[in-house]
Write a protein that binds this ligand. Structure first.
Ligand code: GDP
Ligand code: ADP
Length: 231
């Protein structure tokens, strides 16, 4: 009789190793709470980092250069675009925003997940370039009245800028159905937990860990052989 086969153990760790990182895209109309949810996720989730966009928009008093955005002048932005250093870019509210290519490619190749706070124009560009790496979530406010009041409560922008953002919000919201998931940010904790659950489930999609297939197949083959020997 043949010896019992050495079991091929697939540990959770082994399965996670060599996984390709995923790109978690969060979009929302301004004031829906996307940045708040993003901050909570980045605090609590290991292996998740923020893609720091470059922008020509003026820095808000609460923002730190190199942490929230890299603030640069239009000339430097143009140079980066010409040198193909940008994975995607868009004009929003009269300013330019873009995702630098290098850090994203490096992160996903080495199995680190990366979070994007970008708009619909950027999301479409990522879909075109790397659809299977992207998991997109659209954050909705519970109502327009609540969205407005959150924008005013944040008190970071002048009234005319808020009015501009409301206009853009309508355009953004029309695209909600292009996203993989939709999360309503009524209760913050609940919305955050939902996005976290999406991230965790998406990490386990089998195609992100191509090495897991042969390991599982090995276990099945071993078991089959064991059963055959017993017959
Ligand atoms: N396409 C694209 N959009 C971006 C990028 N960075 C930020 N945005 C979007 O630009 C819009 C304005 O962002 P911001 O000025 O920070 O305002 P806030 O979202 O109201 O706090 C938001 O919809 C962001 O998601 C980027 O790198 N690419
Ligand atoms: N679920 C929520 N309930 C109440 N206020 C919220 C909620 N989520 C976010 N906020 C507040 O609403 C304002 C806008 O949120 P923010 O995350 O800056 O929005 P966005 O990034 O979508 O523009 C902030 O003052 C934030 O603290």
């Amino acid at each position: 009789m043949t010896e019992a086969p050495a079991a091929t153990i697939v540990s959770a760790e082994e399965a996670e190793q060599q996984r390709r990182g995923l790109m978690l895209v969060l979009s929302s109309p301004s004031g829906a709470g996307k940045s708040t949810i993003a901050r909570l996720l980045l605090d609590k989730e290991d292996n998740l980092e923020l893609s720091i966009s470059v922008t020509t928009r003026p820095r808000r008093s609460s923002e730190v250069d190199g942490v929230h955005y890299k603030f640069l002048d239009p000339k430097r932005f143009e140079q980066m675009r010409e040198h193909d250093e940008l994975l995607e870019w868009a004009e929003v509210h009269g300013n330019y925003y873009a995702t630098p290519r290098g850090p994203v490619e490096e992160a996903i190749e080495s199995g680190r997940d990366i979070l994007f706070d970008i708009d619909i124009q950027g999301t479409y560009q990522l879909y075109d370039k790397m659809r299977s790496d992207v998991v997109s979530v659209f954050i909705l406010p519970p109502s327009i009245a609540e969205m407005k009041s959150r924008l005013f409560r944040r008190a970071e922008d002048a009234d005319e800028i808020i009015a501009k953002r409301m206009k853009t919000a309508v355009g953004e919201m029309r695209h909600w159905s292009e996203y993989d998931y939709v999360v309503v940010n009524d209760d913050l904790e609940r919305a955050y937990e939902n996005v976290r659950a999406i991230l965790r489930a998406e990490r386990l999609k089998q195609f992100r860990s191509p090495k897991i297939g042969p390991l599982i197949q090995g276990m099945v083959d071993d078991l089959e052989m064991e059963l055959r020997d017993k017959d």
